[in-house]
Design a protein around this ligand. Structure first.
Ligand SMILES: [Zn+2]
Length: 310
């Protein structure tokens, strides 16, 4: 599981910042066919003037990528009931291969893709919930500790929703099975954790494949130095931290080299910035601009337009 910290600092829920002492975990499914956790994390990182804000603690993607959008010691507005004051709220993404037909009913457009997505997010949720149970000393099998949004509704501690079993039912997955799987994952983790902590790498060739490019890039950039023999000394935790840090930086502030890379919502305004020569390429690329810089320029352009009365 790759955990990417992407706090929704612009969301009112984050800004309210009420304290939470986690006494349980609530599992949600987003209720819309959006498989991409980064898209959801970005969507909820907005200030909604006047309107209601909702925010969960994080979004799980099929491949195990997880975007954490709130600190766990901060109350999330995830279930529309009193469980917000006791439970961490985690949302699973949903496959693009379903179509909602009203309420919690849906039609399967591609059963194989749907099942792969549902089982992928299920497995990632088991792993995450096992970690959180260890972190907050929670018993996954105790009554009311791990509950779904639907179970929260039945207990009168959450709004009336059917997730995530409305999606799981088709594949024989249940909340009881989920709790059992979390308990099993915790038992298994107990036996391998010690070994993980012992792992150290002294040569770049020994670093796991999934992290080699990152470690090499950091060495090339001079951010990571070996000793006089070129030997490094990295723990598995350090390697994981480097990979997560690099992905987070790229995900939060991507760089665009062409107008086709720019998100659809910003394309028209980007073209106007190019037309007025406010935005230029670097000789090699049509553009060379980060998301943050582009967003700032678009905001400026809107202010100029507003002043011009356009
Ligand atoms: Zn829910």
């Amino acid at each position: 599981m790759e955990i990417i910290e992407a706090f929704a600092v612009k969301n009112k829920c984050y800004q309210a910042g009420a304290a939470l002492v986690p006494r349980g975990l609530m599992l949600h499914s987003i209720g819309t066919p959006q498989p991409n956790a980064a898209v959801l994390a970005r969507y909820y990182n907005q200030y909604q003037p006047g309107g209601q804000s909702v925010c969960v603690h994080g979004f799980i993607q099929r491949d195990g990528t997880y975007y954490q959008t709130l600190p766990y010691t901060m109350r999330a507005w995830h279930c529309g009931g009193s469980a917000n004051q006791t439970h961490i709220g985690i949302e699973m993404t949903e496959p693009a291969s379903i179509a909602y037909t009203g309420g919690a009913s849906w039609r399967d457009l591609n059963p194989a893709a749907t099942e792969a997505h549902v089982r992928g997010t299920y497995a990632a949720a088991v792993e995450l919930f096992a970690q959180l149970c260890v972190q907050y000393a929670l018993d996954p099998l105790a009554d009311g500790v791990i509950i779904s949004h639907a179970e929260g509704a039945a207990r009168g501690v959450a709004s009336h929703h059917a997730d995530p079993t409305h999606l799981w039912r088709a594949f024989g997955l249940t909340m009881d099975g989920f709790r059992q799987d979390v308990a099993a994952a915790m038992a298994e983790k107990n036996t391998v954790e010690e070994d993980d902590d012992m792992v150290r790498y002294s040569r770049i060739e020994d670093v796991p494949d999934w992290a080699q490019d990152t470690v090499r890039a950091l060495m090339d950039a001079g951010a990571l130095k070996g000793d006089e023999h070129g030997c490094i000394d990295l723990s598995l935790d350090m390697v994981r931290g480097m990979v997560i840090g690099q992905r987070y930086a790229a995900a939060c502030n991507p760089r665009y080299y062409s107008i086709d890379d720019v998100p659809a919502w910003a394309r028209e305004e980007t073209q106007r910035l190019i037309d007025r020569d406010a935005l230029q390429g670097d000789g090699k690329h049509e553009l060379n601009v980060t998301y943050d810089a582009l967003q700032a320029m678009i905001v400026c352009q809107r202010m100029i337009d507003a002043a011009d009365g356009k």
